[in-house]
Design a protein around this ligand. Structure first.
Ligand SMILES: [Fe+2]
Length: 241
């Protein structure tokens, strides 16, 4: 494509020392990594890409009812005990679907992204948001917590006007890195590029579910200098988590 003449691939060591703040590496709890061995392969793969740290952010949603804070924390500890020394520094958080179960999460408390324990990674379904999603986000803020909205570029129903409203309400936005390579289609890619240059994102994550094809999608990422500079800002922000 003509406009891609002004874009280039990510430099070789672009992800060196990076922190991934969104992954489904905790084995056997959701649609992410299915077992211990695959997770260990996933961690080595991340290390090879240059990552230094990763957060495991399993799904908390009504489709995985058994995923409550207590069981996820126990499975994480079980994983650490079995794994021994790890190629990456790991920590545990969660990705919370704004669905009909969401308000119950306040009782058990959230597995947050940051050291201050305020940042809650939230998602909606891709096709349409739960009618009460707006109220749920408001409730998070009311409790003194900070919503971080995962992969906004992937929400088919969301317009730039909605993204702007989210920013006006001080919600933070997290880019899925592979959206920039087209892993979720051309619309998500175009939205990701636009949100990136407009400095709407705060953080970037892989949302890693499987290692297959990830290198291909990373190689497919072609950015302008402006986009790449902004992506670097996000990687720096990630290091504060
Ligand atoms: Fe995710």
């Amino acid at each position: 494509m003509f406009f891609d003449l002004f874009r280039s691939s990510l430099p070789k060591n672009f992800l060196e020392g990076a922190c991934d703040m969104h992954s489904h590496l905790l084995p056997g709890v959701d649609d992410g990594f299915p077992d211990f061995e695959k997770t260990m392969e996933g961690l080595s793969f991340m290390k090879k890409l240059g990552y230094r740290k990763a957060k495991m952010t399993p799904h908390f949603m009504k489709d995985y009812r058994e995923n409550v804070r207590e069981t996820i924390e126990a499975k994480y500890q079980e994983f650490l005990a079995k794994a021994g020394p790890l190629p990456l520094e790991l920590s545990l958080a969660g990705e919370y679907m704004l669905d009909s179960q969401f308000l119950d999460r306040f009782e058990e408390g959230f597995l947050t992204l940051d050291r201050e324990q305020t940042m809650v990674l939230c998602e909606t379904s891709y096709m349409m948001a739960e009618p009460n999603a707006k109220e749920m986000l408001y409730q998070i803020m009311l409790k003194g917590l900070q919503p971080v909205i995962a992969h906004p570029e992937r929400y088919n129903y969301a317009s730039m006007a909605l993204y702007k409203r989210w920013k006006e309400r001080d919600y933070l936005l997290q880019l899925n890195l592979l959206s920039l390579g087209g892993a979720y289609g051309d619309t998500a890619k175009a939205k990701a590029r636009k949100l990136l240059v407009e400095k709407m994102y705060n953080y970037v994550g892989t949302d890693l579910h499987r290692v297959a094809n990830v290198e291909r999608w990373i190689e497919a990422i072609k950015l302008t200098t402006k986009e790449r500079d902004q992506l670097e800002v996000l990687l720096e922000n990630n290091k504060t988590l």
